[in-house]
Each structure stands twice: as C-alpha cells, then as structure tokens.
Design a protein around this ligand. Structure first.
Ligand SMILES: NC(=O)c1ccc[n+]([C@@H]2O[C@H](COP(=O)([O-])OP(=O)(O)OC[C@H]3O[C@@H](n4cnc5c(N)ncnc54)[C@H](O)[C@@H]3O)[C@@H](O)[C@H]2O)c1
Length: 343
C-alpha cells in the first residue's frame, strides 16, 4: 500500500461503461489505477494499447491476490456483480460496484454485511445522486422552496441500448429509483409495475413503475429502450412550485416554475381553487462531470474511511424496490408491499 500514489485500484470489466471508469480513475487526484481485468481479449488489447502504464489481466484471481490493490471497481454485467464484489470484499478490498448492486435482495444484504464486518467501503454507481443538478434539487426540497413535495415522475427513454441479459427495468430504472429515494429521503411502502416485451421473449422493453410512499407522496418512472425520443427528465410537483430537471439540456438543466394550484376558503363561496402562473427561473448550476465527481467521492471515502453518499445500504434499498417491481411486473401490475426500513 503506497499512499503517496493514492488509493491503489483495479477495474474489473472495461466494456461499454467500464472504459469510462478506467478513463476517470486513471486520471483522478488521490487515485492510482494499477490494473484492469477483463475476460475479453479484444477489450484487453484496446486497454493495453491505450494505457501502457497499466497491468492488463484476464483472470480475476490476479486482482484478488495482489496485496497492493486496495479497491476494486466493478463494471461487469449485472448478473456477475454479486460474486465479483463478494470475492473482492472477502479479500479485504474496498468495492465500487456499478448499478444495480445485485440482482437479488438477499445478495445485496450479504454484501452490506460483509463490508460492515470487515470495515470496508462499499459504494454503488448511482451516478445521478452525484449530479450537481440533483444536488440543487435536493437543496430546493430541503429548503422548502417547492413547498411540500406532492409527486415526482421521471422519463428515461431512448432507442437502444437493447440488452439481452436484463430488462429495461433493471437496466435503466436504478438511476431514477436511487434519485427518488434520495430526494424524498424515504423508501416506498408499495410498488407496482407494468411492462411489455416487444423485441425479445421475457425481456421487457418498456416499463412503467409506480412508487407509493406512506405519507401520500408518489413517484412514477417510465423506462424504455424502444422509443423515438431521447429523454432524461425528472419533474417534481410541489405545493408551492414545480421543478424540472432535463439532463439533455447542456446548460439550463433545471427550471423552477412558480406555478401552483391553491385552495382558498371564502365564507360565502365555500372552497375555491386558484391557479397561479408565475415566472420561470433557471438557476445557474456549476457543472462538473458527474462520473468524475462520483469516482472522486469513492476515492475520498476510501482514503478517509467515510460513508459514501451511495453506499451499500442505498444499493440494497434500490434492489429492494427493483425486486418488488419485478414481482409486480410478473403479476400484471398488482401492488407489492415493502417492509419498512430494514436497510
Ligand atoms: N452508471 C451508468 O450510467 C451505467 C451505464 C451503463 C452500464 N452500467 C453498468 O455497467 C455494468 C457493465 O455494463 P456494460 O454496458 O459496460 O457491459 P459490457 O458487456 O459492455 O461490458 C462488460 C465487460 O465485462 C467483461 N466481463 C464479463 N465478465 C467478466 C468477468 N467475470 N471478469 C472480468 N471481466 C468480465 C466483459 O468482457 C465486458 O468487456 C453493468 O452493471 C451496467 O448496469 C452503468
């Protein structure tokens, strides 16, 4: 272990997404990317070609056996997250694992338990909770700027990437579920989901998920890889104001609408609803690459022994919602209850 060089890291899986993690961890202050592991020879050749300073290996055992490596960054396909993360934790290494943390709740619980028992950092790649615009929305909600949050809904739709080993729910919804739980600071008590498979048998291409919270708040998610539009949008409706986060906008990511419907009481007329149409404010948000912020956060947490913003418990909470949504999907949308706050 050599802290002069920063946290010594190995990236496992350098495919479509992992190559971004290799790029960022390879250039962060406080991070020393030492090794990349991938079982595809073409991927290894590309990485070796691009980064001559890295050790590129095919067998995961080399990562686990290397006592110098303090942290493992995992971007293998989701079905392998659990076993890859478990082996790393059991070898005494801190873990950053891509979303969703696992494909089952019991597996997520086990990873959390191992990390805690061994005092290791376990962080999940819930990228959006590290996004400066989500920070800004969280402040708006916490400061009461929007009034009481009534409901929120997200759309994450595009044509592609069509996956074979997971449906649109598990592939796309973890980001929005993580954000909704983070913004509302609570877990839903019931989840329902409907979806359809148009391209492949038993792999839903489009899914609508409804989250019900015990205080009457509601979250709605639309995810699809079979859509003509490319939309990454979150709308929050508060009792005083409404806010929209549009991640496809390059600069004006958030708009705050001074719009509301208010209930007035008149002695003679009874109750009336007044609609308010006020200004639209576009706050300045200091943008930095969310992936860079996320990776820097992991390195900082490992160095300081601090709790990450998207830690194993958050990963577990998101998997719990996904598993309930999957159960609902398989039962034509019947609401599936979630036991409160065990994570
Ligand atoms: N945070 C985000 O926005 C985001 C975006 C896309 C994907 N992801 C996540 O990243 C992960 C990887 O997705 P992807 O699209 O990059 O997949 P991918 O198939 O493009 O890449 C996976 C890579 O892992 C390698 N691999 C598979 N099993 C391995 C093993 N046992 N040991 C070593 N290497 C192995 C493959 O050869 C491949 O190169 C998934 O969990 C996915 O959900 C996150």
């Amino acid at each position: 272990m050599n802290r002069n060089h920063g946290v010594s890291i190995a990236c496992v899986g350098a495919g479509y997404w992992g190559r971004n993690l290799v790029r960022v961890f390879g250039s962060l202050p406080g991070s020393h990317l030492k090794m990349v592991c991938d079982n595809d020879p073409q991927v290894r050749a590309r990485v070796a070609d691009q980064y001559s300073n890295l050790t590129v290996v095919s067998d995961y055992e080399s990562v686990l056996q290397d006592a110098d490596i303090e942290a493992v960054v995992i971007a293998v396909p989701t079905v392998y997250h659990y076993e890859t993360a478990k082996l790393a934790l059991e070898s005494g290494k801190h873990v950053f694992v891509e979303k969703p943390m696992t494909t089952r709740v019991d597996e997520a619980e086990e990873l959390v338990e191992i990390a805690e028992r061994k005092h290791l950092t376990l962080m999940v790649g819930h990228l959006l909770v590290h996004h400066p615009a989500i920070d800004a929305l969280k402040r708006l909600i916490n400061d009461g700027e929007l009034g009481e949050t009534c409901y929120l809904y997200s759309q994450r739709v595009n044509l592609g990437i069509v996956r074979k080993d997971e449906n649109a729910l598990w592939s796309l919804a973890p980001h929005d579920i993580a954000v909704m739980l983070y913004l509302l600071d609570q877990e839903p008590d019931a989840v329902s989901a409907r979806g359809e498979c148009y391209l492949q048998k038993d792999v839903e291409d489009v899914v609508f998920v409804n989250l019900h919270f015990k205080d009457g708040k509601m979250g709605q998610l639309q995810v699809s890889w079979l859509d003509p539009h490319r939309i990454r949008r979150l709308t929050i409706v508060g009792s005083d104001k409404m806010a929209v986060f549009d991640d496809m906008e390059s600069a004006e990511k958030i708009r705050i609408y001074d719009k509301a419907a208010e209930r007035d009481s008149y002695e003679s007329y009874g109750e009336a609803i007044t609609l308010r149409f006020g200004d639209v404010v576009i706050p300045h948000i200091h943008m930095d690459e969310p992936l860079k912020l996320e990776c820097q956060h992991f390195v900082d947490c490992v160095s300081a022994g601090a709790k990450p913003r998207s830690d194993g418990h958050d990963g577990l909470r998101v998997v719990r919602v996904l598993q309930a949504a999957q159960q609902s999907l398989e039962q034509d949308g019947v609401p599936v209850g979630l036991a409160p706050g065990r994570g």
